[in-house]
Design a protein around this ligand. Sequence first.
Ligand code: GDP
Length: 194
Amino acid sequence: MSINTQKVNFIKSAASRDDFIRDGRPCVVFAGRSNVGKSSVINRLLNRKNFARVGGTPGKTVQVNYFLVDGVYFVDLPGYGYARVSGDERRRWGELMEDYFAEGERISLGVLIVDARHSPTADDVTMSDYFWNAGQPFCVVANKSDKLKKSEIPQRLADIRETLHLPEGFPLILFSAEKGEGRGELLRLIEEHA
Ligand code: GDP
């Protein structure tokens, strides 16, 4: 289906299982560590500047944010891996993810965002395990590609594939929220699964 990214509304933030939306609409679920550019990727997809929050205090709110984009939920999972969060917050993140993925069959497409410049972290591997275990399609987006030299790209992509154990043919999209690279490719994949 084709998605009109102009038609977008913020719906709500959910801080616990009871607040999750279960209304049968398709859900595209975005995950990534704090500061990887998750809000920027969502904003770029929607061609908005400040729709999803950008650059606030990472790790401050452990909640799931729902945007409705032309009948499709864009579900923004809380960022992870921020060094300065308390043990309490870390625990809340884990519990909320366990709860969210307990009903993982509601995911139409997962979008795991990693930093194109670095090897995925242990937390990124944990997050990719959540998506694998949900048994639903997902893709990996390597953001901040504008910070790489062209010559570095093949090695960076190969490293991400290897660290996350992505099989051959698994969708790995080079992306720049800053420049727009990869937007069309990611949007097509989202439309295919929505
Ligand atoms: P979030 O915490 O994952 O939601 O990350 P944000 O969207 O707030 O972005 C974190 C920082 O990275 C901000 O300063 C963004 O401007 C920057 N950023 C995000 N995406 C890109 C990108 O593709 N290229 C570059 N150069 N910077 C980016």
